[in-house]
Design a protein around this ligand. Sequence first.
Ligand code: AMP
Length: 413
Amino acid sequence: MANNEFQPLQGMSDIPAPEIYLWRMMEERARNVFTSYGYDELRTPVLEKITVFQRSLGETTDVVKKEMYSFKPSKHELAMRPEGTAGTMRHLAGRGEEGLNARVFYIAPMFRYERPQAGRKRQFHQVGVEATGEPNPLADAEAIALQKSLLDAWGLTGSTIKVSTRGEPDDRPKVAEGLREALRPYEQELCEDCQRRIDENVLRVIDCKNESCQKIVDQIPSPIEFMSEASRGYLDQVIQALDAMGVEVTVDPKLIRGLDYYVHTVWEISHSALGAQDALAGGGRYLIDLGKKRIPGVGFAVGFERAIMALEACGISGEQFAPEGGIWLVSLGEKALMENMKLAAELRAKGIRCGMELAAKSMKAQMRKAGRSGAAKVVIRGDDEITNQTLIIKDMEQGTQEDAPLAELFDRI
Ligand code: AMP
């Protein structure tokens, strides 16, 4: 995209009308759904000490290592948040016991210095939730159900939910060892990255996008098979609870999710309309290590931009949520213009959407604007109407027109 002086930075977007109406619908419905599940909204600052993210997300993750916008204005190095969980955990850690059993949601812009492409931006927006508390399969199932309720509330159909487990922290060495052993005989057939990953981070071989690696992964046991009974039982209970709530999911043992803080349940929601970047949302159970404190919980985040791509593929767009109805005032002559300024103030004070041309232009020009405004009724006044204290009311949908006394305006609209 040509970058001229009137365009936002690469990977960032302005959101004008009518698209903004889609955003507002999504934000409003998200707040309603979260409130119905007993969550409170939390707003944290965009800027945090960089250590907040390093500590929560781990210093080796791509997001922390390569993608943060950071700078050092004074003593501390700061970063713009690349995701919502770290700041939320910092906040909850400061709330003591209460923070360990909280339900919060956020709707906020996030910043990652990534290579921009369709569905991958440098400023993007997430809506997410965090429910802190000790591991409980029912809490994980409820979080997945909540995410499904959110997508339903937006009118988004056709998404699929894949669920898997990372197991208990104690399973990690067993899983890694088991996978390494199973992969060794195929080492030479793996891609270069995966040959390195076998020793460094063997789980990442499992979700490597390379087709030849995937063929090998299909032949070896899944990570879940190396986990304890307890871990597998936990996943079974999540699935059972989801079934009870009527939420359809598929178990995909190849689903890993990048961050190290995940334990037990992880999931991802994808939508066919998104193509290569088909991940619409992800979530999981975590144990976040804040140094002096460890916070267990479960949460998810949905990317607004990706959800919008999917909504548009379902035929849902901002125009459908543009404000409409209300009144448009047409003024024929200077006297009517000033009287209409007064009337507009009265209508707006009553909460009625009301617009007018701020100059006595031709009837045709004013009616054109009235049409574009989406007003349900047009009130026309000229010198005669002002003198006689009357008005002409035109119903835009039916195309009918009637005269009425000014005093009856509020009853008639
Ligand atoms: P993550 O925090 O990476 O698990 O991302 C959660 C969700 O945020 C993803 O499923 C996407 O919907 C969205 N997301 C992540 N990164 C980006 C990005 N660079 N641009 C747009 N959306 C993103």
